[in-house]
Design a protein around this ligand. Structure first.
Ligand SMILES: Cc1cc2nc3c(=O)[nH]c(=O)nc-3n(C[C@H](O)[C@H](O)[C@H](O)COP(=O)(O)OP(=O)(O)OC[C@H]3O[C@@H](n4cnc5c(N)ncnc54)[C@H](O)[C@@H]3O)c2cc1C
Length: 309
């Protein structure tokens, strides 16, 4: 059992009970969390995690909620939001340090303004640095880990600095899932500020034309399988525009599901299971979700055994 009084003694930031999570996600879907906490600094976070680790209460860190689907029942446990209080970006001797709560748009802007290249492709990804590090977010041939020196994490209750090579970065994945990302440092190649601005603008225009940015969504639902694109396979199966309750497989980008208003997590899960089944039956490719599912039973994604391809 958690003691709220003890949590309040540890943490001076906001603490909310039965807080709805849908407004904290880009999908605008999901039920409430039992306890929502905004630790104000690393000391509070370390003390809080030390306490939570002594209980059997589950906890997760929420970034900007742009890569998650929360179940309709919500999350039984604690959500920690470090977005507000871990959002500094600084430059020292050619090294950019960014806190986990920094929005990627702010991080990119900082780098561009200081004439550093290699982050422009991240503009338009609506996440925090912490969420992007965990996911190894990327676009247009680049990934956030490309020019990374190291990552500071809270691991097993201790603050540790890991070299980028120790983080196991790979396509939309890392080995940091049991950690809390606190910050990352980058050594970026120099570039011309005007050219960097132009490149960022060009990629933003391209992104906005290709993605259904006018409706709530959670970005790509599936990872791209080796050698092809999830969107292409979904489109080839004739699934574009298929509706599941108020969840719609986007007409503009088939790897996006949009919330047309009042969609439930169950609608999105049904869409995911149908897409996986039909793509597997037609092409033999097993699509793997990229979005993180929070508050669901382990077997919510139906196995494809028995589906013939
Ligand atoms: C319109 C749109 C376009 C997108 N385009 C792209 C794209 O081009 N490329 C791409 O890679 N992604 C894209 N995404 C997905 C998403 O924006 C990225 O994955 C982003 O990096 C997620 O960051 P977040 O802060 O929103 O993470 P959240 O969604 O809040 O969290 C994602 C996961 O990371 C964990 N997490 C978050 N912060 C931390 C932390 N500090 N420490 C430990 N764990 C943490 C969460 O618990 C969760 O499991 C897009 C999303 C949208 C809505």
């Amino acid at each position: 059992m958690l003691s709220l009084e003890h949590i309040r003694n540890i943490c001076s930031g906001e603490i909310l009970i039965s807080e709805p999570l849908a407004p904290m996600t880009s999908f605008r879907i999901g039920g409430p969390v039992d306890i929502y906490i905004e630790p104000q600094n690393t000391d509070e976070l370390v003390a809080l995690i030390g306490y939570l680790r002594k209980t059997d209460v589950r906890y997760i860190v929420l970034g900007n909620g742009s890569n998650i689907l929360i179940s309709d029942e919500g999350f039984r446990g604690v959500v920690l939001n470090i977005e507000k209080h871990f959002s500094d970006v600084s430059l020292d001797q050619g090294i950019v340090t960014a806190g986990a709560g920094v929005r990627l748009s702010k991080f990119v802007d900082f780098c561009v303004r200081h004439g550093f290249a290699g982050t422009e492709m991240l503009a338009g990804i609506p996440g925090t640095l912490g969420g992007a590090v965990i996911m190894n977010a990327g676009a247009y041939g680049g990934e956030i880990s490309d020019s990374m020196i190291d990552v500071t994490v809270l691991r097993e209750g201790e603050v540790r600095r890991l070299n980028a090579e120790e983080c196991g970065f790979r396509y939309r994945n890392s080995d940091l899932w049991d950690d809390i990302v606190l910050a990352a440092r980058f050594r970026l190649p120099e570039g011309d500020e005007e050219q960097l601005r132009a490149r960022r603008k060009e990629l933003l225009i391209k992104r906005n034309a290709a993605q259904p940015v006018d409706r709530p969504n959670a970005g790509s639902i599936f990872k791209n399988p080796e050698g092809t694109f999830a969107a292409k396979l979904i489109e080839e199966c004739g699934l574009k525009g298929r509706r599941f309750g108020a969840a719609l497989i986007s007409e503009r980008h088939a790897n996006f599901i949009v919330n047309t208003g009042g969609a439930r997590a169950a609608d999105v899960i049904e869409a995911i299971n149908v897409i996986r089944r039909e793509v597997y039956a037609k092409t033999g490719v097993e699509l793997e979700p990229e979005i993180q599912l929070i508050g669901f039973a382990d077997d919510v994604i139906t196995p494809l055994h028995g589906v013939t391809s």
